[in-house]
Design a protein around this ligand. Structure first.
Ligand code: EPZ
Length: 423
């Protein structure tokens, strides 16, 4: 385990290049199992979660090479169809290989993913949807076994919640249900899900309604290899915009995807931040004290839940009172107690964070408990007076490529330290 040491209170200035999107790369790598032909993915971020997904593919016998952001995946025939608990325990997204493996083999066995620091994360809807699509599922000793028993001619499945993972899982099944007409209603609208549908169509799938809440899929016999470029990471984008503002600095992000952060940008402008966009760039400048506000993290196009912990930090150093809720993960609040150690005046009541802004946080030792919580603590340390040491920082490597050097490039004084050496 590593720690992250930061000396805060320095306005960040300069440019940061945004990496490829983790939550786009992961489902696309999993969906590459749907063809026997080579798939080339470009702009793939070099992250811990991506490496975990690569290990899973290798575990089932797929050849993968990954260098300088380009991943070549050659699934071949005769794949394995059992996943070890270790991979699903490490990363919930590994559950998403279940659909592709069932469609390749007729059956597959994947351990149930557990809950985590952001709250319970069941897979009931995944299984419900699979059953509707003619796949029998049973759970034995913590392992989900899925077996294809029939192909319905036509089926409509309504998602109880517009779940990202469920939409992706069911898409990867429906595309290979040859001759069947499947309608998925109330699907997730997140750009990462739309990218998955566009990627599948590039492989020869027939998905209509992309970008709307109803997807119509006509199953085909086989999918083909393709080449695809991963979009920029909108959560990394948001995190660096917030880093600029909590540091009271001026940072431009390059390789930005206009349109993917509209609600966030509006919220930051409402708080008084100066945000300017031009083509593939976005710049955040702190010109005056920011005002606290109400923040509701919700499904796309709302403010993303994956930015809620980082926004809590901005609220903590903005004037007045902010009220923060998260309708996706209603108890994603594990960062709040750590922020209090840094002098934030915030508390959780009835699934709501109440924040009273302070002028500046104060450095202290803290501990990360999850990926986005770790990002929030880094932002807090960037703002804080004196030194902050964040233990368990390894979570950050799951989702932020080269964060330490990117931050140093815009003037942050920060360093990764092996835990036993950390003070
Ligand atoms: C994806 O997780 C992301 N992960 C998460 O990012 C993100 O927080 C989440 O979507 C919401 O945007 C990846 O894309 C790899 P969901 P996912 O299914 O697919 C409930 C990060 O930090 N639900 O949309 O697992 C669930 O409990 C990660 O990068 C069920 O009840 O999220 C949650 O309340 C963390 N039953 C809601 O739906 C189910 O069967 C939305 O979850 C499935 C989900």
């Amino acid at each position: 385990m590593k720690s992250f040491q930061l000396k805060g209170g320095i306005p960040l200035k300069g440019q940061v290049r945004i990496s490829g999107s983790k939550n786009t790369a992961l489902p696309l790598i999993a969906a590459s199992l749907l063809t026997e032909e080579p798939v080339i993915l470009k702009n793939v971020p070099n992250l811990e979660d991506v490496r975990t997904m690569v290990d899973i593919l290798k575990h089932v016998g797929v050849a993968v090479s990954f260098r300088d952001g380009t991943m070549a995946i050659t699934p071949k025939s005769g794949l394995g169809n059992h996943l070890p608990y270790e991979s699903v325990r490490k990363m919930r997204a590994s559950f998403n290989v279940l659909g592709p493996l069932v469609m390749r083999h007729g059956e597959a066995h994947v351990p149930l993913p557990g809950g985590c620091a952001i709250g319970p994360r069941p897979v009931d809807m995944h299984l419900e949807g699979m059953r509707a699509l003619g796949i029998e599922t049973t759970i034995n000793h913590g392992v989900v076994s899925a077996k294809r028993i029939q192909t319905p001619d036509a089926q409509t499945f309504h998602l109880r919640i517009p779940s990202v993972g469920t939409t992706e899982q069911l898409l990867s099944i429906a595309v290979l249900m040859e001759g069947a007409e499947v309608v998925l209603n109330n699907v997730a609208l997140e750009p990462e899900v739309q990218e998955m549908a566009l990627f599948l169509n590039r492989m020869g799938a027939r998905i209509e309604g992309i970008g709307t809440s109803a997807l119509r899929i006509t199953g085909v016999k086989r999918l083909f290899g393709t080449e695809y470029e991963i979009i920029p990471d909108r959560i990394e984008t948001g995190t660096y915009l917030l880093a600029a503002l909590v540091s009271r600095g001026d940072v431009e992000l390059v390789g930005y995807h206009p349109g993917h952060n509209v609600t966030l940008v509006r919220k930051l402008q409402e708080m008084g931040a100066d945000i300017r966009e031009s083509e593939n760039r976005i710049r955040a400048r702190y010109l005056r004290p920011l005002r606290g506000t109400d923040i509701h993290a919700e499904v796309y196009p709302g403010v993303p839940t994956d930015l809620q912990p980082q926004l809590t930090v901005l609220a903590a150093v903005s004037e007045g009172v902010s009220v923060i809720t998260d309708t996706v993960f209603t108890d994603r609040f594990v960062h709040v107690d750590e922020l209090k150690r840094l002098g934030a005046n915030c508390s959780v009541r009835n699934h709501t964070i109440i924040v009273h802004g302070v002028d500046q946080l104060k450095g202290a030792p803290v501990k990360a408990n999850d990926l986005r919580g770790a990002a929030a603590l880094i932002l807090a340390g960037i703002n804080a007076k004196d030194q902050t040491v964040i233990q368990n920082i390894d979570y950050i490597f799951r989702g932020y490529e080269e964060i330490s050097s990117k931050l140093r490039g815009i003037g942050a004084q920060c360093e990764l330290v092996e835990e036993e050496l950390a003070s």
